[in-house]
Design a protein around this ligand. Structure first.
Ligand code: UDP
Length: 489
């Protein structure tokens, strides 16, 4: 029997738009830039927490990327207040048998499987790849600092006993800006929450990968990449490949009629004058904070474009699970008369806006963002500075990176934040004004534009991210199926 070369890559995206979009982009690049090998791919997704957006994203993939959707996982036994991470990890763990069946059948098909790529929140799936003898990689949809932190959680767990917010000293991750305990990953902030144990397991399972493909780039995280390489050269970690920034192309290519109303509004505004306000796919504010944010934007006198979600007093990631059940208008939750009073200066979009297109519009001068990593990369590649408003996941860490290391973001001053965690309207107004019209804002915009230029070079024909991408994809080409598998072909 002759061995055959498998040129098929299987990718798994954990539930959530912020994971699906970059994994879909990775799949697209694998088939487009396989570097000699004609790769095909299967993108595997979950049914849980998926929106109409999932299906439109899948439909826009090239024909050489097939898709497979794992069946809905029952979660009825989880407590009503289970954290978003607990829900995601439970879906991933409970769907392992179906994933195993799928991988087996792909292995037995003529194309075989050259590599399996799980995203950073689905590393339990790497166990299946180990079992089946398939090369296994982890795609980190966030930055290397956050991945370093996740990998470090098992050790932090062994070596500390207090809540991280009570740690007396900052945590020094290799090559990263020092982090206060309270700024570490949100799901490890309460040791008695079930998400905490799962985060320890997550870090352990991520180590099953033979390499980490990271949606970051050298100019963004140079020191961290250098320090990580030293550790992987010593065999502490598998190697990391910085292949980013992955940002999906602008959707709006059509004429005036195809333009979203908010883009037509942007067309009429002066250059770099508009603050775009959007908290990712999941970010949610309380009723009080919604009022303060709106009142602050109004008081700032700055132009703004705001994506408006339903408020929730319980969960700052509530929109993550979809908003369909409301059947009502989120604009109703804004202060009385707000939309009318700010007409002309402000533009409100319910639920969802074409973000990449907006950030790349010449009239956008700042981005009030929850600092989700996709949003951050989208802002960086558009050269737009950030007003950091972190809410959950690794967003406080991202804020520290952007504000304290990279100089790309301003943030509300810590002293202004009230005991109940609310940023009052006066502070919203002050920091919005500073970002769009002040000196600090101008300095952050300057930095953002510098980094934009470097980011654009990362994927140039000989750019560092493209080279890293080719290096990892080339490894899969070398992989040959075990004889037992190829004999069946
Ligand atoms: N997004 C969008 N329109 C919206 C809200 C979000 O296009 O109104 C996209 C955004 O461009 C980004 C993704 O959804 O690509 C959100 O990912 P991110 O990592 O920023 O945050 P998450 O939603 O995972 O917290």
């Amino acid at each position: 029997t002759t061995k055959k070369r498998a040129a098929h890559v299987v990718l798994l995206a954990s539930p959530g738009t912020g994971h699906l979009l970059p994994v879909a982009e990775l799949a697209r690049r694998i088939v487009a830039h396989g570097g000699g090998a004609e790769y095909t791919a299967t993108l595997v997704t979950y049914t849980n927490f998926s929106s109409a957006f999932l299906y439109s994203t899948l439909a826009s993939l090239p024909p050489s990327v097939s898709t497979a959707v794992l069946p809905q996982v029952p979660l009825g036994d989880l407590p009503a207040d289970a954290r978003v991470e607990t829900r995601i990890f439970t879906v991933v763990k409970r769907a392992l048998p179906q994933l195993r069946d799928l991988l087996r059948s792909l292995l037995e098909s003529p194309s075989g499987v050259a590599a399996f790529v799980a995203d950073l929140l689905s590393p339990w799936a790497l166990q299946v790849a180990v079992e089946l003898g398939v090369p296994r990689y982890l795609f980190c949809t966030t930055n290397l600092m956050a991945l370093s932190c996740m990998l470090h959680v098992p050790e932090l767990d062994r070596t500390t006993t207090c809540e991280f917010r009570d740690l007396p000293e900052p945590v020094h991750l290799p090559g990263c800006v020092p982090l206060r305990g309270a700024d570490l990953l949100d799901p490890i902030q309460n040791r008695s929450d079930p998400a905490y144990r799962l985060m320890v397991e997550l870090g352990e399972n991520q180590r099953l990968a033979q390499g980490f493909i990271v949606n970051t780039f050298d100019a963004m995280e140079h020191e961290t990449l250098v320090a990580f390489k030293e550790l992987s050269d010593k065999g502490v970690y598998p190697p990391a490949y910085a292949v980013g920034p992955f940002v999906r192309p602008c959707s709006g290519s059509g004429g005036e009629a195809d333009k979203h109303g908010c883009v037509r509004w942007l067309d009429e505004q002066p250059d770099a004058s508009v603050l775009y306000v959007c908290l990712g796919s999941g970010g949610t504010l309380s009723n009080k904070q919604t009022t303060e944010l709106a009142a602050g934007l109004e008081a700032s006198g700055q132009r703004f474009l705001m994506v408006v979600r339903f408020p929730s007093d319980k969960d700052c990631s509530a929109s993550y699970f979809g908003t369909a059940e409301h059947g009502d208008d989120p604009l109703r939750y804004l202060p009385e008369g707000f939309v009318e009073r700010t007409r002309g200066v402000g533009f409100c979009v319910p639920l969802w806006a074409p973000q990449v297109e907006i950030l790349n519009h010449r009239s956008v001068g700042g981005f009030l963002s929850h600092c989700g990593w996709n949003s951050t990369l989208e802002a960086v590649t558009a050269g737009v500075p950030t007003l950091a408003w972190p809410l959950y996941a690794e967003q406080r860490m991202n804020d520290v990176m952007l504000s304290e290391r990279a100089g790309l973001a301003l943030r509300p001053s810590k002293g202004s934040i009230r005991d109940d965690g609310i940023v009052p309207r006066e502070e919203v107004a002050a920091v919005a004004r500073e970002l769009i019209a002040g000196h600090k804002g101008a300095a952050a915009r300057e930095k953002a534009r510098e980094l934009q230029k470097t980011a654009a070079k990362a994927w140039a024909p000989d750019g560092p991210s493209r080279r890293a991408f080719k290096a990892v994809v080339a490894k899969w080409k070398e992989h040959e199926l075990p004889l037992a598998c190829s004999a069946e072909a």
